[in-house]
Design a protein around this ligand. Structure first.
Ligand SMILES: [Zn+2]
Length: 436
């Protein structure tokens, strides 16, 4: 039995799926305009671990896990303009980096990765439905969701209406009937990415992307909706309002699962504060993806996680110890205590402490696999030099640099790998590697 904390009810409940053969989970994914930082990696690792647990409990094919890619956004447009390229150049580059970085952390790609730019039709259809139902209105080329039309608005964040309006009032656009109303569609200036719509050429607001993609790929009510704590308001509140109003009052999700922040010093790690550290930087410094994954799982997912050098060093020491116990054994059956800890609202700190107490190599290996750990053999781990996934990711990065005729970067990557004892060999357009 899995128990999960639901942000909507603020309590831990037994997770009973609607259909145990088709469990649906949606997690808000990256906006692809820059390299992901460790704070961005936390939900990817947390929900990957939850996916492993669900598949163990309900069967390997029981889960449909979708994580979207936001590939149209004002920040993407600004980056594209700054580089003088099409937005698709920016989004393709950073989506690839995202998958490489998360791959190095042992994150299995989700079953479905819908892209906003590929789903404009369903978004327009949902906006049209909301207008018909009286939950949305058109004003000056924009379409806005009418917050006062939804009596249940605010149920997830439990914010009081006055506070929300006061927040929204800071800069009220003239086309809004109510300060809390939010954008479903906005016009695109000539030369800016846009699509034809009943309201003129424009692009969708961020919130409606998720509602439309969830409906299309997973259904009207899903089992689990996940994301970082910072998405509760306004993003998830707005997703709920759109979906519930479009679906005759049906709830969007049965469980709302939110992970806490990664902190740098006294503050949340965030791009806007400029206090970020990326998996790419840490991997380039020689840390292994598994070390970073274990560090991310060392705190309970709902707690803040202070990111420090000591945390990384402890994670590395723990992995060394686990690999010494596991040796080169094949996985057996996981330890019941580890499974039980994970099933209790993904209590990874307890699972890790129980894992450290196991002495049987095959049990350690199988139990660690539930956390996405001990993916290599002990021989591979202690040989060092970075794991294969990391090396492959760097080779892909070097190939991309060469394609863009950025030979300085390509040479730097070759040199960085050589410093770690990895030799690259280019033959017939293919790059292979070996240990020096
Ligand atoms: Zn979302």
């Amino acid at each position: 039995m899995i128990r999960l904390h639901d942000t909507m009810t603020r309590e831990k409940r037994e997770f009973v799926p609607q259909d145990p053969k088709r469990i649906t989970m949606y997690v808000c994914g990256p906006t692809v305009y820059g390299r992901a930082h460790i704070g961005n990696a936390r939900p990817a690792v947390v929900f990957d671990t939850l996916a492993r647990l669900i598949r163990r409990e309900f069967g390997p094919h029981s889960l449909k896990y979708a994580r979207n890619v936001t590939d149209v956004d004002d920040k993407i447009i600004a980056s594209a303009q700054a580089e003088g390229v099409d937005p698709s150049v920016i989004t393709a580059r950073y989506e690839r980096h995202y998958l490489e970085d998360m791959g190095a952390l042992g994150v299995t790609p989700p079953d479905i990765a819908p892209h906003a730019t590929q789903e404009i039709g369903p978004m327009i259809a949902m906006i049209e439905r909301l207008i018909e139902l009286g939950n949305a209105y058109e004003a000056q080329g924009h379409v806005l969701f009418s917050v006062p039309s939804d009596r249940d608005y605010g149920a997830l964040s439990k914010r009081d209406k006055e506070a929300m309006i006061a927040g929204a009032r800071v800069e009220v656009a003239p086309y809004k009937r109510d300060p809390a109303d939010f954008v479903l569609w906005k016009p695109s200036a000539p030369g800016v990415i846009g699509w034809d719509s009943p309201w003129g050429r424009g692009r969708p607001g961020w919130h409606v992307e998720c509602s439309a993609m969830i409906e299309r790929h997973l259904g009207e009510t899903i089992d689990i909706h996940g994301g970082g704590l910072d998405l509760i308001f306004p993003h998830h509140e707005n997703e709920i309002a759109q979906s519930r109003c479009a679906h005759g009052g049906l709830p969007l999700a049965r469980f709302w699962v939110h992970n806490g922040f990664v902190d740098m010093g006294a503050e949340k790690m965030s791009k806007s504060l400029g206090n970020i550290v990326t998996p790419a930087e840490l991997l380039a410094q020689g840390h292994r993806g598994e070390t970073l994954r274990l560090a991310l799982l060392s705190a309970h997912y709902r707690q803040p996680l202070p990111w420090t050098e000591t945390l990384i060093a402890q994670a590395k020491a723990t992995l060394d110890r686990l690999y010494r116990t596991a040796g080169n054994a094949a996985a057996g059956e996981p330890d019941a205590g580890v499974v039980e800890a994970l099933a209790d609202d993904l209590n990874t700190p307890l699972a890790l402490s129980r894992l450290s107490a196991i002495e049987d190599p095959a049990t350690v290996k199988a139990s660690a696999a539930l956390l996405g750990l001990l993916r290599s053999s002990a021989d591979e781990w202690f040989q060092g030099g970075g794991d294969a996934e990391y090396i492959e990711a760097r080779i892909a990065e070097r190939a991309e640099a060469k394609k863009n005729r950025d030979f300085a970067t390509a040479d730097r990557i070759r040199k960085e790998l050589l410093d770690k004892g990895i030799v690259l060999e280019d033959k017939a357009g293919k790059t292979t590697w070996r240990r020096a």
